[in-house]
Design a protein. Structure first.
Length: 207
């Protein structure tokens, strides 16, 4: 008797492989950078044991890869920002503010990363696009999960999705380039929006 196939198994396997490839490229870029080198994308690909074509499928340029790798290195663990017992509204505001501040420390690099994300999306088919980094969710999701006694799983999922709109490159670029906010105004607005979303979700849950 043949085993029952796992629905979506192949798709999940491909997604995991793409994440591993992305991780290998980031680690290779950081290793070469730490050696004092200014590598090409081909050199990063060689160290990561992937083809140059694969590397270009993930990153539009070596500058974009290095910008993303250096940003990832600068992101602290959630434990540095969120401790058990802290007010969760304050915690989400603090996490969003800190994450967005890291992005705004180098706006040129931020624009390079965003341009690369868009190029990769346009240059690949839906089934070959590498995953978009979701580092903001490393901050947002655990804080929202701490509200499990207040919100249903569906409500928590929606709150995570809503909070994803106020943290990350798209959020800070909209604030800076569209709304004309200063850096501090952008940080204040994004933190305020994050806290307001949590308060609104709580108010809705008690209705």
């Amino acid at each position: 008797m043949s085993p029952t196939p796992v629905v979506g198994g192949d798709s999940q396997g491909r997604a995991n492989q793409r994440r591993r490839t992305q991780r290998a490229l980031i680690e290779a870029a950081l290793a070469l950078h730490d050696q004092g080198l200014q590598p090409t994308l081909a050199e990063v690909a060689e160290r990561a044991l992937v083809s140059r074509a694969t590397a270009y499928r993930y990153y539009a340029s070596v500058e974009a890869l290095l910008s993303e790798a250096m940003f990832e290195r600068s992101v602290p663990s959630l434990a540095q920002l969120f401790q058990p017992g802290i007010d969760l509204v304050e915690a989400i505001g603090r996490a969003v503010r800190h994450f967005n501040r890291l992005l705004l420390q180098d706006e040129a690099a931020l624009h390079v990363m965003e341009r690369s994300f868009m190029s990769v999306w346009l240059d690949n088919t839906p089934d070959t696009r590498p995953p978009r980094p979701a580092r903001r969710l490393q901050y947002i999701a655990p804080v929202v999960e701490a509200l499990a006694d207040e919100f249903s799983p569906a409500a928590r999922r929606r709150l995570v999705q809503a909070l994803a709109m106020v943290a990350g490159p798209e959020a800070v670029l909209s604030l800076r380039d569209v709304a004309g906010a200063s850096v501090e105004e952008a940080l204040d607005a994004s933190a305020w929006a994050a806290m307001a979303l949590v308060r609104a979700a709580r108010a809705e849950a008690t209705e």
